[in-house]
Design a protein around this ligand. Structure first.
Ligand code: CA
Ligand code: CA
Ligand code: CA
Length: 233
């Protein structure tokens, strides 16, 4: 009986919303010379900003098709490379976008560090007030160590913000990625194919779902109580 009720509630309460692409960066044609620090999304709507890294520490490097979506990276081998860990610990990149009409964003991207001197404590945080207050989210990312141009499946990173209601239906969402833990000047971290997907915003209200669930719960409780109620009285 309880299983049937749980199934019923799940049916009644699931929004059935599909994930939609909010913003995507593939670093197509990212350039060593005069490296951009502001990048419009290649699909969807969003702006990636790099703060702190000088041009001399920003490069393009061999990327991957892992986590690539439409449009494809025309050069297929472009990723962004962030160097000189000793000089840039504490610097960050951030993704700004709107979640109006959306909730439960999921962030995915591929990343690796060239060697053990690369940034290995990279912390995501989020803001919904235009970038004044940031809230740390999840464990710090220690990217897989991969020398040269190789990529493996271990390079795919996911940060699932599902259930972070503070982000739901917000006009100004910023996800910040702060680089730390690096040493030396030669190491670098490489990032490619950043995606943010989210589901349709569902207005939280005492919905049919909640009322029905309450009713079903009440029914379950009364059924549970009835057989032995005489023994207790
Ligand atoms: Ca790419
Ligand atoms: Ca550069
Ligand atoms: Ca710096």
């Amino acid at each position: 009986m309880r299983r049937i009720l749980a199934g019923l509630m799940l049916l009644l309460c699931s929004s059935g919303a599909n994930a939609a692409l909010i913003a995507y960066w593939n670093f197509d044609a990212y350039s060593d010379t005069a490296s951009a620090t502001t990048l419009a999304a290649n699909a969807g709507v969003g702006v990636l900003t790099i703060v702190g890294f000088p041009d001399a520490d920003l490069f393009q490097e061999a990327g991957t098709t892992t986590n690539e979506t439409i449009p494809a990276d025309l050069l297929t081998n472009q990723a962004i490379s962030l160097r000189n860990p000793a000089g840039n610990n504490g610097d960050y990149l951030q993704l700004a976008f709107s979640l109006i009409g959306f909730q439960d964003p999921v962030l995915t991207y591929v990343t690796k560090k060239s060697d053990l001197n690369g940034y290995d404590i990279n912390q995501w945080s989020y803001s919904t007030d235009g970038g004044t207050i940031f809230t740390s989210f999840g464990a710090a990312v220690d990217p897989v160590t991969l020398a040269g141009t190789t990529w493996t499946s271990g390079a795919l990173v996911t940060r699932d913000f599902t259930g972070v209601s503070a982000l739901s239906n917000q006009a100004s969402v910023i996800l910040r990625y702060t680089f730390n833990g690096g040493s030396g000047a030669a190491a670098r971290n490489i990032i490619d194919n950043i995606q943010i997907n989210a589901t349709t915003f569902v207005v939280p209200e005492p919905s049919t779902c909640a009322l029905l669930s309450l009713g079903l719960f009440g029914l379950a409780m009364s059924r549970r109580r009835s057989p032995d109620s005489s023994a207790r009285s």
